[in-house]
Design a protein around this ligand. Sequence first.
Ligand code: SAH
Ligand code: SF4
Ligand code: F3S
Length: 448
Amino acid sequence: MPGAPGPKGLHIATFGCQMNQYDSARIAGLLAREGYAQMDQPQGADLIVINTCSVRERAEQKVYSYLGGLRRLKAENPGLLIGVGGCVAQQEGARLLKQVPHLDFVFGTGSLERLPQLVAEAQKGRRQAFTEPRPPDRPQALAPAPAPGLKAMLTVMRGCDNYCSYCVVPYVRGREQSRPVAEVLEEAHALVDAGVREITLLGQNVNSYCDPEDGRDFAGLLHLVAGIKDLWRIRFATSHPKDLGPALMEAMATEAKVMEQIHLPAQAGSNRILKAMGRGYSREDYLALAAELRRRVPGVALGGDFIVGFPGESEADFAQSLSLLDEVRYDFIYSFKYSDRPFTRASSLDGKLDEETKSRRLVTLQERQREIGRQMHRQLIGRVEEVLVEGPAQKGQGRLTGRSRAGRVVNFAGGPELVGRLVAVRVAEGKQSSLLGSLEQRERSEAS
Ligand code: SAH
Ligand code: SF4
Ligand code: F3S
């Protein structure tokens, strides 16, 4: 009906890490108050917001090609507004407006709460970029996700002060800033009241969390969140090895709601490269941590990140990354080819490696991990895993899917009444990236 003020359509395209997914939920919450309803597709939207990542060159390129694809939509519907937020927005600021004529506004990683204002001004034809450094966190600036499901993310700290030599994150996310415990708990309670049963606490460096008011550390925060009734499971990411101490291991070992899973990126296995990366730990430190975790948190699943082809990485250095995989025996890893990023120290180092060498090393690393992952999965056959049932399995066949305490995908046959519940599943088969099992008659009762 022309002229009717019905809800306006908003499409959010999210690139990058879980922090961006969390921010996208806040963007949806903020704009819902302005009368925008979220749509899955950009076609037909009144407003498109792109939440961007710049951690590697390819991630940044994806943003530009996505933006290029929107040119036609804008031509068809001149009333369409397009805004770019996130890490590329913070990095490029007003340059983006110059480069992309069909772009209406740009907002940085600390400017989310400016969004309604930027949209209103863009409607009046004002093209602008707002990338001021982040204001201090204020509870009223937070808008929780409009319709959370069974699982939700909760950012407890933002930014990063580590300045690893290859990484753009500290430049685009700003200084490390923890949210006060009270604010985190308030948000966690709201999520649980809305039906959430599993919360993942997020931070670039989540285990260096420190309450700005009373100095409580991350382990202390975990104990408090674990006290929330009707919350069943807590996960957290990402942990930095240099800040992983006994208190966190203790919390993982003693709090039943804290899952036996940790994402603990090593990045490399050679001490020379670790030093050049500025990671703040040695190979030996890392191995000692992994061993201690395995001892204190039985069944813990370890995840990692690796970069291959850091400037100056020799074949011998790379072999050390491979042997670290063998020694640690990760459940899974994310691995990347080194990519030059703006502002970073590594981008001006000598000894850059060619694409072919980086690609070859990446394939070798991934093959080695695939075999380790298979072996790890085989070891689980016959074990009974507690699974939070999320819904029908992707490849169907009447199966359900969920995750084990250690975060592994488990598929099994069962009825839809089990969705949203904790069940016991006996593992029968280990696939590449999931486990196949059967429901145990004896069901686990939900914890509270
Ligand atoms: N804060 C987390 C990771 C943030 S970025 C941590 O320190 O562990 C996610 C991953 O991207 C990093 O762990 C790293 O493996 C990878 N990464 C970051 N910068 C990169 C670069 N310039 N080239 C290739 N990979 C990079
Ligand atoms: Fe980047 Fe290092 Fe900070 Fe992780 S800890 S976000 S890799 S600078
Ligand atoms: Fe990417 Fe920014 Fe996350 S650079 S990895 S979206 S913090």
